[in-house]
Design a protein around this ligand. Structure first.
Ligand SMILES: C[S@@+](CC[C@H](N)C(=O)[O-])C[C@H]1O[C@@H](n2cnc3c(N)ncnc32)[C@H](O)[C@@H]1O
Length: 212
């Protein structure tokens, strides 16, 4: 009863703080899930392993405020309309996750340089292995995208978070060459209205584009 009451109280607080509805459910179920887990008497190393796995995947999120969630094929198809059809180009995915977008574009544009930069070691390793096993020309670099000079690129793609957008815009504005394109999936820039907004049927979220 105490656990149920705690879950209920947590769910009410979530509502009070105007969190999304799915948070109410998580807050309600968490104390119950903890109780059930304790009764299973699982070995302690399982919890340590789970913690370490999450740390490798999401540890940097405290600093960057950008968790991992992938873009989908419909977004990759929408990006293509911003890419030059008659010449090679250089594109960077600032936070390439497991590498889906970069691998897809590298396969479509074999003469262009498609680079994915990823901070999380496990995600980077996974994308690197995918490139190796599919013999892709895609490049994956484990680094912070802030250390890359955007003036080297014709297209900068970002799928980050609202918290990262002001700094991304300052960097893009400072470094990107005239005639190049900044693309952001889902998140817009409050300081500068987008020149194009695309949302086709299969896309869960809009794609914003700025001509620099
Ligand atoms: C929302 S995911 C997008 C993944 C991928 N671009 C896609 O479209 O499927 C954002 C990724 O950016 C990475 N990330 C966040 N901040 C970063 C930074 N400063 N430098 C490099 N990667 C970063 C995160 O680890 C995460 O994998």
């Amino acid at each position: 009863m105490a656990v149920l009451a705690q879950g209920l109280l947590a769910a009410l607080f979530s509502r009070w703080f105007k969190l999304a509805v799915w948070w109410w459910l998580i807050q309600f179920l968490l104390p119950l899930a903890l109780l059930v887990t304790f009764t299973l008497h699982l070995p302690a190393f399982l919890f340590l392993s789970g913690f370490l796995l999450l740390l490798v995947l999401y540890g940097h999120t405290f600093r960057t405020q950008v968790p991992y969630y992938p873009s989908n094929r419909a977004t990759w198809d929408a990006i293509v309309q911003f890419l030059p059809a008659d010449r090679s180009f250089k594109l960077i995915d600032t936070g390439s996750g497991t590498g889906g977008l970069v691998l897809n574009l590298a396969a479509r544009y074999p003469n262009s340089e498609i680079i994915g930069v990823e901070l999380a070691p496990l995600l980077w390793l996974f994308s690197k292995l995918r490139a190796r096993f599919t013999r892709s020309r895609a490049q994956f670099i484990r680094a912070d995208y802030h250390h890359f000079d955007f003036s080297q690129f014709d297209i900068v793609f970002a799928y980050l978070s609202p918290a990262a957008m002001p700094t991304l815009w300052q960097k893009a504005h400072r470094e990107m060459r005239p005639g190049t394109i900044l693309l952001s999936n889902e998140f817009f820039i409050s300081e500068k209205a987008a020149d194009a907004i695309i949302q086709t049927e299969g896309m869960r979220v809009p794609l914003y584009a700025w001509h620099m």
